[in-house]
Design a protein around this ligand. Sequence first.
Ligand SMILES: Cc1cc2nc3c(=O)[nH]c(=O)nc-3n(C[C@H](O)[C@H](O)[C@H](O)COP(=O)(O)O)c2cc1C
Length: 174
Amino acid sequence: MNIVIVNGSPRANSRTKKLNQIILKKHDLKYIDLSEMEIPFFDGTDEQKHNIHVVNWMDAIENAEAVIFTTPEYHGGMSGLLKNATDFLGSKHLKDKPVAIIATAGGGKGGINALNNLRIVLRSLYANVIAKQIVIDPNDFISDESNLSNEIHLSIDEVINQLKKQVNVENMLI
Ligand SMILES: Cc1cc2nc3c(=O)[nH]c(=O)nc-3n(C[C@H](O)[C@H](O)[C@H](O)COP(=O)(O)O)c2cc1C
């Protein structure tokens, strides 16, 4: 199954990126790291539609059967990197597609605003964002941030299982 996970953090020593790497060790997913893609700032010109990074991004999301978007919470919202990347997408890339969202936060009850922000943006792209969502706090990481707590692993497993079930239902309906 073609499930894509997207790292939406621009930071070099990013916890969101570490989260992605931990998930990829356990689950067979395709990986898009927006911090390495050099997607330009969206300016609405046709020229950008031929930019190789933009084309790769749009194709990967369009061809995915399901997508997991991961973002840090920055000042109560998703990262600018991820928001800019979503501006290149339209409903043809995400309409009715099963999507999950995960936020990496600073602790102190952060993360929910980034999730709500991302959910609204994805809803406007007609994605089918599943109800279960996850906030990862710094203390959810263990072993020098090379792994996550068991509780978080179980939540991630559940999210991925839900996405797979949704994809199977969609395929039965076609
Ligand atoms: C510019 C900036 C703004 C932040 N704003 C918030 C915030 O509003 N809420 C929160 O919980 N954490 C906030 N944090 C903390 C980050 O969410 C936290 O460090 C998280 O691990 C960042 O993910 P990253 O390591 O992928 O950048 C902020 C961090 C930065 C750099």
